[in-house]
Design a protein around this ligand. Structure first.
Ligand code: GLU
Length: 293
């Protein structure tokens, strides 16, 4: 019997590349090292960014690399009713916002760590006359109020603490382009799938406090977190489709997996088969990352 449920939650904006493989591998190894289940969820809630065929290509790549998932693949675009229901449960903690990107940028409150502009709170007390709602936002506690600071222990990064009001601002739950925001969708889905441990790239470390805040408001459990370093290209940018990441060479699965393992500080040199490689990598991961609760 195990209580561990992990997940890999790619956005199907392109094929699997070295950056997304490292996140997939880390979540897979953590699940295997804890005799847990490993689920795959397609985060296609931002339908405008998704590429036809990318979800199938990612699943095909996972299979070719020997990473079999448990259960059905869950798909966010089929779950919008659940996001709407969660939003309704946040009643009293949300408000409509009419501000354009330009108006928010002009307020010069600065940028959250993820690069989004911190919202100045213009529409907190109601829309200005004649203005229409574009987006829906969370109403965070004011600076100085007790519960605005979120702290957690990340199993790779150590103690993390974020002052939400100051460092993130009232963030978006429903976007001006008509899609539910990642922060809300991920919280609803992690809870619905019973995820006990979230393992993903450190680029999402800054989102975690927002997600924990939403979990608390919705009365949902907070999973454990482990954020692995992201792979960077020669220019030092996070490897992604936008920064020119290449699709993996699936004809060389051992080489691709060996490179990904190296990014996680694991050596699988000499593994002659997928089975042997996964066994060795899981043993090494288990020694380093035994979950302590
Ligand atoms: N869909 C997100 C991404 O591909 C990952 C979300 C998560 O793991 O929480 O960057």
């Amino acid at each position: 019997m195990t209580s561990y449920i992990g997940r890999f939650a790619p956005s199907p904006t392109g094929p699997l590349h070295m950056g997304s493989l490292v996140a997939a591998m880390a979540s897979y190894l953590d699940a295997k090292a804890h005799q847990g289940s490993w689920l795959v969820r397609m985060e296609d809630v931002d339908e405008a960014r998704c590429l036809p065929g990318a979800a199938e290509a990612i699943l095909h790549a996972l299979q070719a690399l020997g990473m079999d998932w448990d259960g059905e693949v869950s798909v966010q675009s089929a779950r919008t009713a659940h996001y709407a229901a969660a939003y309704d449960r946040l009643h009293g903690h949300t408000y409509p916002c009419s501000c354009s990107r330009r108006e928010i940028a002009d307020s010069r409150l600065g940028l959250a760590a993820d690069g989004s502009a911190i919202y100045p709170g213009t529409c907190r007390n109601g829309l200005a006359p004649g203005k229409a709602a574009r987006a829906l936002r969370i109403r965070l506690p004011h600076i100085g109020e007790a519960d605005q600071k979120i702290s957690f222990i990340d199993r790779w990064q150590g103690p993390v603490s974020q002052d939400l009001a100051q460092e993130a601002g009232d963030f978006v739950l429903f976007r001006a382009d008509g899609f539910w925001a990642y922060q809300l969708a991920v919280v609803v889905d992690d809870a619905q799938q019973g995820i006990t441990d979230v393992v993903r790239g450190v680029d999402l470390l800054d989102s975690t406090a927002r997600q924990i805040y939403l979990q608390r408001l919705l009365g949902l459990p907070t999973p454990g977190y482990l954020h692995v370093p992201v792979v960077r290209n020669a220019a030092g940018e996070k490897l992604s489709k936008q920064t020119g990441a290449q699709a993996l060479d699936l004809a060389q699965p051992l080489a691709s997996l060996g490179e990904a393992a190296g990014h996680l500080g694991i050596s699988v040199a000499g593994a002659a088969s997928l089975d042997a490689l996964w066994r060795s990598a899981t043993e090494q991961w288990a020694v380093r990352f035994a979950r302590r609760r």
